[in-house]
Design a binder for this molecule. Structure first.
Ligand SMILES: Nc1ncnc2c1ncn2[C@@H]1O[C@H](COP(=O)(O)OP(=O)(O)OP(=O)(O)O)[C@@H](O)[C@H]1O
Length: 313
């Protein structure tokens, strides 16, 4: 009898080299389970989109990853440098510490870090659904203030800064250069000295992303960056996100309702519904998943349902 042909399953890129491993994440608010036992990986250097109908738990997942909420249960392992081995992860979890050096770099358990260390040590940056720029400060000042942490670490409250020593001046110069780099990247150099609040909406959105990039994150979390953008602004956003991914190898985690953005720039899509994961895969696979189609067929926003599934609601 002829042997049955066997095609070995090739692991997905996000399973081969995850930057972030979310394991059994749950978040309860009183009796409400906003997120229930959700696990997924975000690949290093990839764009991972988290999608789902309103109230699916997307922002809650984000708030747990970025330190705004302490999850009820679950492990959020961010692995800088390269993936940790299972033994390294288990030892870190059992040891009760928040981070450890690993053979590949360092691993942080985000659920154990104070929220300011999620950004300063684990290097996770985020933007919000509603723009949160300092609207009275100039465009350039917004980019400089983002680097306040690294400047204070360099010594705002130590003698190096007070005496204006060369090492402090070098740090200040590097901060200005980084700010000017991102200003150029978002095409706003000519508006450096204008109040951020005077910029058109789409420019403010890109400035927020540039501000987050000034913290030099390994993981950039964007909560509905395309909300309220017109098609031209959406296109500019896609271009910026692609540049961040390809030129800076920064991994991006994205919540987005605009499916043209999701389908165009994502490597990997995770779908939530009622706080549970219902699909996880490449954009084309997720789009054709019967569970995703069923979930989106009930949504009120017909354009969104058609964009995800190709089927009118
Ligand atoms: N701080 C909170 N206290 C109580 N309930 C909350 C809190 N935050 C979120 N929830 C509830 O958790 C559920 C998931 O909300 P979440 O905002 O995470 O969903 P979402 O997928 O981001 O929705 P949307 O697309 O509308 O932003 C909802 O039922 C919401 O009302």
């Amino acid at each position: 009898m002829a042997a049955a042909s066997f095609t070995p399953k090739v692991p997905k890129s996000w399973d081969r080299d995850p930057l972030l491993k979310v394991d059994h994440l749950s978040m309860r608010f009183g009796g409400l389970v906003a997120v229930g036992d959700v696990s997924f990986r975000a690949g290093r250097g990839e764009v991972t989109a988290v999608i789902g109908p309103n109230g699916a738990g997307k922002t809650t997942v984000f708030n747990c990853i970025t330190g705004f909420y302490k999850p009820s249960t679950g492990r959020l392992a961010l692995m800088q440098g390269g993936p940790a081995t299972m033994a390294e992860l288990d030892a870190l979890t059992a040891g009760g510490r928040a981070w450890a050096k690993t053979a590949a770099g360092a691993t942080y358990l985000l659920e154990r870090l104070p929220d300011h260390k999620v950004s300063s040590r684990a290097k996770v940056a985020r933007t919000f659904q509603n723009i949160r720029l300092f609207s009275g400060m100039t465009v350039l000042e917004n980019l400089l203030v983002a680097q306040h942490m690294s400047l204070t670490q360099a010594g705002l409250i130590n003698p190096v800064a007070l005496l204006n020593l060369p090492s402090w001046r070098r740090k200040q110069k590097a901060a200005l250069e980084l700010a000017l780099y991102w200003l150029d990247k978002i095409g706003l150099t000519a508006r450096a000295d204008d109040p951020a609040g005077d910029l058109p909406y789409g420019d403010q959105r890109r400035l927020e992303i540039a501000r987050a990039m000034c913290t030099q994150p390994v993981l950039l979390c964007l909560d509905e960056p395309a909300a309220g953008l017109n098609p031209r602004e959406s296109h500019e956003l896609n271009t910026l996100l692609r540049a961040i991914r390809t030129e800076h190898q920064t991994s991006i985690l994205l919540i987005e309702h605009d499916m043209s953005v999701v389908m165009e720039i994502s490597d990997h899509v995770v779908v939530l519904e009622y706080g549970r994961k219902i699909a996880d895969g490449a954009p084309g696979d997720v789009r054709n998943d019967p569970k995703v189609i069923a979930s989106y067929l009930g949504v009120e926003d017909e354009a969104e349902a058609v964009a995800v599934t190709g089927v009118p609601a």
